[in-house]
Design a protein around this ligand. Sequence first.
Ligand code: MEV
Length: 426
Amino acid sequence: MEKTSRIEGFYKLPMAERLKIVKAFADLSDDEALSLAGFGGGDPSLSDKMIENAIGSFQMPLGIAVNFLINNRDYLIPMAIEEPSVVAAASNAAKMARVKGGFWTSSTPPVMIGQVQLTGIKDPSRAKHTILERKQEIIDLANQQDPMLIKFGGGAKDIDVRIIHTQKGPNVVVHLLVDVKDAMGANAVNTMAEAVAPLVENIAGGRVCLRILSNLATHRLARARAIWDKDAIGGEDVVDGIVEAYLFADADPYRCATHNKGVMNGIDAVIIATGNDWRAIEAGAHAYAARTGSYKPLTTFEKTPEGDLAGTIELPMAVGLIGGATKVHPAARAAIKLLGVKGAQELGEIAAAVGLAQNLAALRALATVGIQKGHMSLHAKNIVNSVGCPPELVDEVVRIVVAEKKIRMDRAKEVVEELKRKRDGR
Ligand code: MEV
């Protein structure tokens, strides 16, 4: 099979056919395909291994975003999400991006921050300097905690010392900068922060309080960019409308929160499907958006000299491929195999590209027909299905109730009956 993610009419296929395509695309085994189809294989004992007091599992739809071309490679993107329209919107934005070559990405090395908080220091500048003088000792002690990480070329690489001002006076905060390689990194970093804390206290005086990673992972960023051809997205007016929409978010935190929510619709869905910690990604994304002191969009949109639309995204991306649910959960494992990623950085870049695509799709709808049009036909589909419409009539009934703008159960029932009568020649 040709390895392309550009799949015409994927959404029209029955679920089993879609799964077949996905299975062939990534050479998945029967078991792997089954775990994607069956909400993680449905093994209830898995929950018991993952969390405390487990009683079962909570199931969520898993969809596949098609059409993604990222750094010249085709990807089928697994997305776990309960909200209609998101997967279709991402696929559509990716399709339109292909005209100009798809997405291009980059990222920083996977460096996480471990914070050690020192309180009760009268002379914080002196403390900062003495800590920095003994930086190597601190790094060496941190690195004794994780020989495996060191073996793979990771580990604590540097430290940074900040003086912050709290309501009870200054704190000296040591940042341990740790290259966590393909891990999300929380365990490695927290262990290191706890291990170096007594030494730091000994060097600087004062009292150590917290020792924990920061989710504002400013040293672990993922970026993506794409150009959308003006004609592919509906013309120069649409380009202008999307730029206006972006500028609205840039100027207004009320709009910006929703703008960034749209970005995270795409990113969270990938993060969840791959068994990663989406709360960490959410926390990092919004803190990053507010890093200048005002809350800003995670994306940018500009008009190019040719009149096309250039979009970019940059955000912290603490995702891992080893440890946690990514390794234990069969559906997450199969999702990662489907993506075919070589490392966690690649996964983070893909998630960023999906976030950008998602945002473009939302802004395009908002700047043109409005968001309800797409939502309404899905809403209508739910209504039509809920009145017991035979599957072969669903599309036609949806078309009629949407055209009539009567998306109600009573009308859907009437139309179903009318079409049934016609079909049966009554
Ligand atoms: C809905 O889940 C997301 C949107 O509100 C995003 C946006 O307004 O940009 C459509």
